[in-house]
Design a protein around this ligand. Structure first.
Ligand code: G4P
Length: 535
């Protein structure tokens, strides 16, 4: 009963956006509703508060960015909400992708003036792979933006995602007057406040005579006409389609002025999916199953330099988690006592006594956990692994000092295991230097930095000039049948599978045209139960 209650109350999500769309600002406002932070600015101030941590974090400080992503939990309106925080920097990495593997819902945040942007598109692809519900918040309505209908059209045509606006704006930019709630037919008026101040949300019924004196008739009529158009030509509100990730509820607002954030949160709680069943070796696992289970989706080293600790982030999938619980580790078959589980809030941590499906906990990881590992109690289950995402940056990693080879090897192997970067190898065994393959430049810098500081090896990066990686369905056999291929480099991944590297789309398309029998995949097939090759 306690388990059903806890699961019923839980909702989690991650925000997907391009830098500058307002993710930090929106997060901050959402947390305010949960009473989780007292003052605005606290999320950003995290940076200064951490007089922490490791040498690696030093890199974060130097560059004023946040590589670390953690979890923010808050209670609101009888729900417990877990916001899985993803790094906001341009040079994002696979961590951002992996966090989405642990999320049950995503909030796609757009800047009204910019519409869809590259990073949002990439992250959207991961949500699509997992079919999770996506909620769209169109931000910065207080500033001049694109036509709302155009913004919807872009989402529908480019992402092939149907839209159902939950509210509709009245005017925009200087003339932004508020929104009409489509379900209640209520008008929520926006009052412009001085910079840094919150706007006040005034609610009026659409028939309220007072409205005439508050909103220009022309703006109101235009908004109502557009709403009419949506009613006749647009999608229908279908909760099943939302849950299947095929229809996105759309909200217009302004995070900075805190306009439209509470209505968004209320509607999100109404429409979002709770902790969902997950696919495992034993089929779908129900979160209400009394046996505890969960999987590791992210590892982070040296969160505290004094202890050189490593933390594994575990998403709980079923059953109740209790402190000091003894669990099984599916990959190694060992039993482990989880004695100091942590609850994470931004950079702060506290020991957690119990946790439920949908929650994320941090576990001490003295090297025993890898990305995708399953922990369970009772009957053995093993969750599907987390896919490796298509890297876009490739670089030889050179070790100029042969006497440091042992440390170099140890560092490279451990960082690969941790999932800090993907490692590819030349087909030719004699060329033993690894190829670092990343989705963001920052990942490469972090690896170099950590090799130097944690393993004492100075390395050199040699960019390779490739931009695309594709796995070959059918593996080496298919490649052998095809024979010689041009304008791409054939390498192998840590599971000895062939990977083709291309300099550009053109070369890739050319190959596909020349060999229509060839099937390529941009995401590495998930492997489980096989040990990878090491350096
Ligand atoms: P990010 O985490 O997605 O990178 O974005 P962040 O919240 O840092 O916001 C980026 C900029 O956009 C900030 O301005 C922020 O104040 C502004 N912003 C966010 N939401 C809104 C909104 O609803 N309306 C308007 N007009 N601006 C918004 P900045 O100048 O970079 O920083 P600051 O000086 O405001 O802190």
């Amino acid at each position: 009963m306690a388990l059903a209650n806890a699961v019923g109350k839980r909702r989690n999500f991650a925000i997907i956006s391009h830098p500058d769309a307002g993710k930090t600002t929106l997060t901050e406002k959402l947390l305010l509703y949960g009473g989780a932070i007292q003052q605005a600015g606290a999320v950003k101030a995290r940076g200064e508060q951490r007089k922490v941590t490791s040498d690696w974090m030093e890199l974060e400080k130097q560059r004023g960015i946040s590589i670390t992503s953690t979890v923010l939990q808050f209670d609101y309106s009888n729900n417990t909400i877990n916001l899985l925080d993803t790094p906001g920097h341009q040079d994002f990495s696979e961590d951002t992708y992996r966090t989405l593997a642990a999320a049950d819902n995503a909030v796609m945040l757009e800047d009204a003036a910019k519409g869809l942007e590259p990073q949002t598109r990439k992250l959207f692809e991961v949500c699509r792979m997992r079919n999770i519900p996506i909620f769209t918040f169109i931000n910065k309505m207080d500033r001049p933006g694109q036509e709302p209908l155009r913004l919807l059209d872009e989402i529908e045509s480019e992402l092939k995602l149907a839209c159902w606006p939950v509210n509709w704006p009245i005017g925009s930019g200087e003339l932004f007057r508020g929104v009409i709630d489509r379900r209640s037919k209520e008008v929520i008026l926006f009052t412009r406040a001085e910079r840094g101040r919150q706007s006040e949300e005034k609610h009026l019924n659409i028939d309220d005579p007072e409205l005439k004196s508050l909103v220009e008739q022309e703006l109101l009529s235009q908004s109502l006409e557009e709403l009419d158009l949506l009613e006749t030509a647009g999608s229908e509100l279908d909760y099943e389609l939302i849950q299947a990730g095929e229809l996105t509820p759309v909200f217009f607002g302004s995070a900075m002025t805190n306009f439209g954030v509470r209505p968004f949160l209320d509607a999100f709680l109404d429409m979002a999916q709770g902790p969902s069943s997950r696919l495992s070796s034993e089929g779908l696992v129900d979160p209400l199953s009394s046996d505890f289970s969960g999987f590791v989706f992210k590892l982070q080293a040296n969160m505290d330099p004094k202890h050189r600790d490593r933390v594994a982030f575990l998403r709980i999938c079923s059953g109740r988690f209790e402190k000091d619980m003894t669990v099984n580790h599916a990959r190694t078959g060992k039993t482990i006592k989880l004695s100091r589980p942590q609850k994470l809030f931004g950079q702060e941590r506290a020991v957690v006594d119990d946790a439920y499906p949908g929650d994320i906990i941090g576990l001490n990881n003295p090297g025993m956990f890898a990305i995708g590992d399953t922990l369970y109690k009772g009957k053995k289950v093993e969750y599907e692994g987390i896919p490796c995402f298509s890297p876009e940056i490739f670089s030889w990693l050179r070790n100029p000092n042969p006497s440091a080879f042992k440390n170099f090897r140890k560092g490279v192997n451990q960082l690969r295991e941790e999932g800090a970067v993907q490692i590819l190898y030349d087909k030719d065994e004699s060329k033993r230097d690894p190829i670092l393959a990343a989705v963001g430049q920052l990942q490469l810098e972090v690896v170099q930095h950590r090799l130097e500081n944690e393993y004492g090896v100075e390395t050199r990066l040699e960019p390779m000039g490739y931009q695309l990686a594709r796995w070959v369905n059918g593996g080496w056999k298919v490649l052998d049948e095809i024979g010689r291929i041009f304008n791409c480099k054939i390498v192998q991944d840590a599971w000895s599978r062939p990977v083709l590297l291309f300099k550009n789309d053109w070369n890739l398309n050319q190959l596909l045209e020349d060999h229509i029998e060839l099937e390529l995949s941009s995401v590495a097939p998930v492997v489980s139960g096989v040990e990878p090759i090491s350096l």
